[in-house]
Design a protein around this ligand. Structure first.
Ligand code: NAD
Length: 336
């Protein structure tokens, strides 16, 4: 059996990146659409063979409870709407995948985890890099001693924002700036490459508040993590410069992922024993990271297993994001 997905929010990531991937899935199919714009929903419904009875507006969304073709709801809305639609989906008896960042606050993320637990439904966050072959190989090389004892991890993500009217630059919809959007990739990579959780966090932000793009949200933010093993982490995110680089350094070598987390085109280099080489990873669990993520959730539902990219993982990221913001706002070093 294939697990049926409803997609909520028919914006760029949903329609251009995720929806075309169902054709490549082994265990997932697209069965319902939720949108504020029914004309748009009908156009995509025709393209993907979704019946009229499985189209919903935000007002009729709760009726999805009665749709047996929908097993899981994938929330691909602006960040501040993730919590509401995750909780409504769980209350409608559906499993949930929510996009990153999981929410715009720790308390929302806790409420999302609690709602899914109460309903007995699974919750996952759209952390596609866990299904991406270069990132999977980097995790393995980190763990198997290929670069010796881990000492330092560095992660930077960013791009140059343009139009100041976009929702990503509105605090009420985005919850924050570059950290919420791109910084979560840096935080995630620092966690999955070290396999550790930061014990202490110190952060600084640099934002030109006169720039109309940054009237409400931060531009650049950087942070230091102190990990229990003694590894030091340095992460950053930016909305005014381009970055997509993750580096893990041990006492015998170094791994570089650059670019680390784009939709495609990742590259991995390893330096050890005086030599630096590019490594091509074995294939991942699926034809690409998006299919890997969609089918992973479907197979977790079919086999009643917890998703690797769990709500708890997202909640921990929100705790870290919150600590970064508190430290950058003058809170000094925050101990977790
Ligand atoms: P987008 O602006 O292209 O799409 C957002 C959709 O939400 C639009 O269809 C819009 O009509 C709808 N919407 C509903 N209510 C809205 C409101 N009040 N204001 C604005 N839009 C509203 O955005 P996107 O790039 O598709 O991002 C959507 C989510 O997906 C975000 O949480 C983002 O972080 C996440 N995302 C994840 C990845 C990834 O690689 N995992 C990539 C891109 C985006």
């Amino acid at each position: 059996r294939k697990i049926g997905y409803a997609i909520v929010g028919l914006g760029y990531y949903a329609t251009r990146i995720i929806m075309p991937q169902f054709a490549n899935c082994r265990s997932s199919r697209l069965t319902a659409l939720v949108s504020g714009d029914m004309a748009k929903a009908r156009t995509f419904a025709a393209q993907y063979d979704v019946p009229e009875r499985s189209l919903y507006t935000y007002d009729t969304f709760d009726r999805i409870r009665d749709n047996p073709d929908v097993d899981v709801v994938y929330v691909i809305l602006p960040n501040s709407m993730h919590a509401e639609y995750t909780i409504r989906s769980a209350q409608a008896g559906k499993h949930v995948v929510t996009e990153k960042p999981m929410s715009v606050s720790v308390s929302e993320a806790e409420a999302m985890v609690a709602a899914c637990r109460k309903a007995g439904r699974k919750l996952a966050v759209g952390y596609r890099s866990h299904f991406q072959p270069h990132n999977i190989l980097a995790m393995k090389l980190s763990r198997d001693g290929s670069i010796g004892t881990r000492r330092y991890v560095h992660a930077e993500h960013g791009f140059v924002q343009g139009d100041p009217t976009k929702w990503r630059l509105k605090k009420a919809l985005a919850g924050g700036g570059s950290l919420m959007d791109m910084g979560v990739y840096s935080v995630q990579a620092m966690r999955y490459l070290t396999g550790e959780e930061p014990a202490a966090i110190t952060a600084r932000s640099s934002t030109d508040r006169k720039d109309p793009r940054f009237a409400e949200v931060e531009d650049m933010i950087s942070w230091t993590f102190e990990f229990p093993s003694g590894v030091i982490g340095h992460g950053m995110s930016s909305y005014s410069s381009n970055h997509n680089h993750v580096r893990l350094t041990g006492d015998k070598g170094r791994i570089d992922l650059e670019p680390a987390t784009p939709y495609e085109g990742q590259a991995l280099r390893i330096a050890r024993g005086g030599k630096e080489e590019r490594l091509d990873p074995p294939p991942g669990p699926a034809v690409n990271q998006f299919v890997g993520q969609l089918d992973h959730m479907a197979e977790c539902i079919l086999n009643d297993r917890p998703p690797l990219i769990s709500g708890e993982m997202g909640l921990q990221d929100m705790r870290i994001v919150d600590a970064i913001y508190r430290s950058a706002a003058g809170g000094g070093t925050i101990r977790l």
